[in-house]
Write a protein that binds this ligand. Structure first.
Ligand code: COA
Length: 279
């Protein structure tokens, strides 16, 4: 991790539970929270991935770690993993709902079960975790971070299933923030754009596709898992104590930048022509 702008102990004494925390963006979040003092619990489907991630975190940061294999689509597994975390690490202060499924598919070729699978993982899985974390977070006056996306702000080809799921996640963020604010629980989201150092990105935008995509991002590059981690540190820290219901977009300006209707060189020529004084 590069040098953080935050104090190293701002999350000391907190316990963070991250679904899908063993890899990709979620592992970046787990590392960033650990680097600022939080003990880390994670759930995912692959034991080896979880074990390696926890070993790496323990070797880098002096925090406690705990993992349990499980699938967020199974509400009983969610409840059991949260209970085991509470028993092992003592409390729960931060829940990050990062587990997600993603693949490219045009809707006319996507099976109903394919669509349902992504809704089940991203949306229903997020609800399951929030539902069973509620009692613990009420005690700690904790924070939920739902990992969203920027796909559904516009129409995104081959991503109707993920867009629908993430739109639902954003609605859940807002509604749970309204429901649970009185209990002292904050509910926020992070909407990452294209993040370069992930398996998903290598799979979804390899080679020239990736380079083309970079040119469509105002900041001219992909983000990093560390940058998503820093957003999570901010939102879970006391610096964000009065922020709830908000989904923070961390995408280099990707979603709102549209390809120009007229190419830049042409607009430049138009500007030069219009600046000439009439003779
Ligand atoms: N294109 C179209 N349909 C797909 C698909 C693809 N690439 N991948 C899965 N599906 C469909 C399956 O065909 C199946 O539908 P069917 O029963 O009608 O055939 C349905 O989705 C469930 O697939 P299955 O593989 O049995 O589900 P799973 O629960 O084991 O895994 C995913 C679901 C989304 C996790 C899995 O597809 C996957 O591993 N994706 C890539 C990894 C990933 O998403 N990582 C997260 C990065 S954000």
């Amino acid at each position: 991790m590069t040098i953080s702008p935050f104090k190293a102990d701002i999350l000391k004494g907190k316990v963070a539970f991250i679904t899908g925390g063993g890899s990709g963006i979620n592992f970046g979040i787990a590392q960033a929270l650990a680097a600022h003092g939080a003990d880390i619990a994670m759930m995912g489907r692959r034991e080896e991935v979880l074990k390696n991630a926890c070993d790496e975190i323990k070797s880098k940061y002096s925090v406690r770690t705990f993992y349990k294999t499980g699938d967020v689509r199974d509400a009983d597994m969610c409840a059991a993993a949260l209970k085991a975390t509470n028993e092992t690490l003592g409390h729960l202060d931060i829940l990050v709902n990062g587990a997600a499924g993603n693949f490219l598919a045009p809707p006319e070729l996507l099976s109903p079960n394919g669509f349902k699978t992504v809704i089940d993982i991203d949306l229903n899985g997020t609800f399951n975790m929030c539902r069973y974390a509620y009692e613990y977070l009420k005690q700690s006056k904790g924070v939920i971070i739902n990992i969203s996306a920027n796909l559904h702000y516009v129409g995104t080809l081959f991503q109707s299933h993920v867009s629908a799921a993430k739109a639902g996640v954003d609605a859940l963020t807002l509604n749970l923030a309204a429901e649970w604010g009185h209990d002292g629980i904050r509910v926020c989201g992070i909407a990452p754009g294209p993040i370069g150092d992930t398996e998903g990105m290598k799979r979804l935008a390899p080679g020239e596709v990736g380079e083309k995509l970079k040119r469509a991002i105002p900041l001219g590059r992909f983000g990093t898992t560390e940058e998503i981690g820093m957003a999570a540190v901010f939102l879970t820290s006391s610096a964000a104590a009065y922020i709830t219901g908000e989904t923070l977009v961390v995408d280099g300006g990707h979603w709102f930048a549209k390809p120009p209707m007229v190419p830049r060189e042409v607009v430049e020529k138009m500007m030069q022509a219009s600046a000439k004084k009439p003779s």
